[in-house]
Design a protein. Structure first.
Ligand code: AMP
Length: 399
């Protein structure tokens, strides 16, 4: 893959697709700048070479046209501080003013474009819109792994206009290297931990993993579809009734392939979906009527931690329970502790985006695991074996 490392940006204007989709509070203050910090290395490399940087990103999900709360101008101060320079801002990502500002840009300078999604053409992958963006730079850099699974104008289509000058940034490169390491060179025992709400979201990746892992740990709401499929009674726990056969099939395939598939033996149950609900512990196969499983139980925790600590490769996607509520966060914290312990003992641990990444960050464990992916959906699709348009657009000469 062509990377920023083997491109000399001296005298060039680099059009860089970053993922600056950061959370803002009601005063437009950035509440988590992880994504900005992630992009710093790529931007610094371009500046250090003697290039200029034109940053483009989406922010949130604007419905139709500009909206104050989704304006990227709220990031200008933070970026100016980071790079110790006056970051300029183009209030429209295309058009005469953007072209003029890009033309005037000098080596070492940074221009931030307004939210790409203020144009519906962005998500449609409109080639005319992509071509207008392409006019702004001499080289295209894609460092937005989080949107690499989308064929949008700025994430893929724009690459067509830079047939010989398109490269991946460090974030993108690191994401792909880490995913490949787990998929292609996993040291055994390899344990995948899958949690979260639905089997239907994770079915493809679970199927892929059954060919690779030694242990498949299941947690979160999707556990109860497995328990129900296995003949258990699950009270009012979340369940996907149309996925019972699928759950049984996965259990059967796991057995055939010699994969140790683990469903939580016990659960923390509650009589309402609330942190103030009455709470109890019971076997996951015997949840009383009107009670629901909201976290893995103490025995499941211990069993899971044991397996995790004896693993050499760990992939984790999805919380073990409703970790947003403190009474149902213990299972997720326990698993996070075990992943940290295993990493200290030499295991390689990849935290796959979304809520599991949020949990690890919340606990302050980001530096205690091997890699925290920034792209939940993109990572899952990559691991499912799908081609990511954002990656293909850079890799393939005929894109
Ligand atoms: P996902 O986006 O599929 O990774 O799902 C994450 C969401 O699943 C989080 O918001 C959790 O609160 C939720 N979740 C995890 N376990 C349960 C459970 N046992 N019952 C209901 N929701 C759950």
């Amino acid at each position: 893959m062509k990377s920023v490392d083997n491109y000399n940006f001296a005298g060039k204007k680099a059009l860089v697709r970053v993922d600056f989709n950061v959370p803002l509070d009601k005063d437009y203050k950035i509440t988590d700048d992880t994504r900005i910090r992630a992009a710093v290395r790529t931007i610094q490399k371009i500046l250090a070479d003697g290039g200029a940087v034109i940053l483009m990103s989406h922010l949130g999900r604007p419905k139709s046209g500009p909206e104050e709360k989704f304006s990227l101008k709220h990031l200008v101060n933070r970026l100016s501080q980071e790079f110790q320079t006056n970051v300029m801002f183009a209030p429209d990502c295309i058009g005469d003013d953007a072209v003029r500002m890009a033309n005037d840009l000098q080596p070492g300078e940074i221009l931030l474009l307004e939210n790409l999604r203020f144009y519906k053409e962005e998500e449609k992958g409109d080639p005319t819109f992509a071509e207008k963006l392409a006019r702004l730079g001499d080289v295209y850099v894609n460092d937005a792994f989080g949107t690499a699974h989308r064929e949008h104008a700025s994430t893929a289509v724009v690459a067509r206009y830079f047939p010989n000058d398109k490269v991946t940034g460090y974030v993108m490169q690191a994401e792909i290297d880490n995913a490949r390491r787990v998929l292609e060179n996993a040291e055994r025992p390899f344990t995948a931990i899958m949690g979260g709400a639905k089997i239907s979201d994770k079915i493809m990746i679970i199927e892929q993993l059954l060919d690779r892992v030694d242990n498949l740990i299941i947690g979160g709401a999707m556990s109860y579809t497995f328990v129900k499929a296995d003949g258990g009674t699950i009270g009012s726990s979340l369940v996907e009734m149309d996925k019972l056969d699928l759950a049984n099939r996965l259990i059967k395939i796991a057995k055939e392939k010699g994969v140790n598939i683990m469903i939580p033996v016990d659960s923390i149950i509650a009589d309402a979906f609330s942190n103030d609900a009455n709470v109890d512990t019971c076997l996951s196969h015997h949840i009383p009527d009107n009670w629901m499983g909201l976290d893995i139980g103490p025995n499941a925790r211990e069993q899971y931690a044991d397996v995790i600590k004896n693993s050499k490769t760990i992939l984790w996607n999805g919380p073990m329970g409703v970790f947003e509520m403190s009474n149902f966060a213990v299972g997720t914290e326990f698993v996070a502790d075990a992943v940290v312990d295993a990493t200290r003992l030499g295991a390689y641990s990849l935290i796959g985006g979304g809520d599991s990444a949020a949990a690890v960050n919340q606990l302050g464990y980001a530096d205690k695991v091997s890699y925290v992916s920034t792209g939940g959906g993109a990572l899952l699709e990559y691991m499912e074996g799908k081609t990511l348009p954002g990656v293909a657009a850079i890799e393939r000469d005929d894109y």
